[in-house]
Design a protein around this ligand. Structure first.
Ligand code: NDP
Length: 339
């Protein structure tokens, strides 16, 4: 019998999650059946969508039930295999969640090449977040040479890839992030043309000055005050891929202040805006192979760089996740579960 140590949802958060919403426990895994593999988790991905799964509110995916292991993408080593295409020692990307070991169906796993890039990138720039940027920007944003693309949470795995892909397509990339360290990284490491701090008191004026030709693509990652500053600057026919709304994820109720919806609709009408929400999974069948090919090449050519924020030990996952929602992370949040 193999034991897994796992972190389960102990209770649903009201507002921001706290450590008390999580509980660590051990459990015995069932014996392997035909077509299954036993996995030892190496890396666990922490992502903003997990906040939605902690809530019982209806969404595009089912919530995690109280007492169930927290969901999450993982990179793992195959310890034992009863599946034809997988052997002991293979490294795979799967969805084992917040736990040290798992019995998984081989059909849900992607074998990783361990030679070229660190395997943790399968959870970031070469995984779901990188693909979110690639598909949302190219399918919905459709940046053209000379246009201006704006994205916030821009040092994170989605935003950093959005900005760099925009540059590859010949657009001007404006990145928004929280605090001087992140702003410096946007400029010096990730190649954004302009880097702005959304916490600056005069952020809206700085943004206006930074986009003299207006904004053609706003890749929406955050909503809130950043979006309020962006919307008046959108050009006619601007495209807005609505990817994430992290400023609202911990909100316990409606925001205070006047109803912005009439002004919002008026802008959509008079500027002929295209605003389109998406969940990256809808584009997987159509675009994932192209993404892997392009992104692997861009990383090898030095056209795309990435930041990783690695936390050691599964026990520290709740704290790292709470920090991610507060902007304490510097790059893609990954938990190193085992060597
Ligand atoms: P990040 O690693 O960038 O982490 C989230 C970042 O959001 C924080 O570091 C912080 O950065 C920023 N942030 C938090 N609160 C606020 C706020 N109130 N105002 C402005 N910025 C804030 O996350 P990801 O790159 O993984 O994800 C980015 C977005 O994409 C999220 O909204 C996520 O939900 C969404 N997403 C959507 C997918 C889809 O299929 N639609 C798939 C994957 C992600 P800073 O300190 O710079 O402000």
């Amino acid at each position: 019998m193999v034991e897994t140590t796992r972190i389960v949802l102990a209770s649903r958060p009201e507002g921001a999650p706290t450590p008390a919403n999580f509980r660590t426990e051990t459990a015995e895994l069932p014996p392997l059946e035909e077509g299954q593999v036993l996995l030892r988790t190496l890396y666990l991905s922490l992502d903003p969508y997990m906040r939605g799964r902690m809530s019982a509110a209806k969404s595009y995916a089912k919530p995690v039930e109280i007492g169930d292991v927290m969901v999450g993408g993982t990179v793992a080593e195959v310890v034992e295999s009863r599946a034809a295409d997988f052997a002991k020692g293979d490294v795979v990307q799967g969805y084992s969640g917040w736990q040290t070991h798992d019995v998984a169906a081989a059909t849900h796993l992607r074998k990783l090449d361990t030679d070229k890039v660190p395997v943790s990138t399968a959870l970031g720039v070469l995984g779901m977040p990188g693909f979110t940027a690639y598909s949302g920007l190219l399918k919905i944003g459709q940046p053209r040479a000379g246009e201006t693309v704006v994205v916030a949470a821009a040092t994170g795995p989605v935003g950093s890839a959005v900005g760099q892909i925009a540059k590859i397509k010949g657009a001007r990339a404006v990145g928004i992030a929280g605090g001087p360290k992140k702003v410096a990284a946007l400029r010096d490491e990730l190649g954004f043309d302009v880097a702005l701090d959304h916490r600056a008191p005069d952020f809206a004026e700085q943004l206006k000055a930074a986009v003299p030709d207006g904004i053609d693509v706003y890749f929406e990652n955050v909503a809130g005050p950043v979006a309020e500053a962006v919307y008046p600057l959108l050009n006619t026919y601007a495209r807005v891929p609505v990817c994430g709304l992290i400023a609202n994820y911990n909100a316990a109720g409606q925001p205070e202040g006047p109803d912005q919806l009439p002004a919002f609709y008026s802008r959509i009408l008079v500027k002929s805006l295209t605003i389109r929400g998406f969940i990256q999974s809808e584009f997987v069948n159509e675009m994932f192979p192209d993404f892997l090919r392009d992104m692997t090449e861009w990383i090898a050519d030095g056209k795309v760089r990435y930041l990783e924020d690695i936390t050691d030990g599964l026990d520290n996952a709740p704290e790292a996740f709470i920090g991610l929602l507060e902007g304490k992370n510097f790059g893609k949040v990954v938990v190193k579960v085992a060597d």
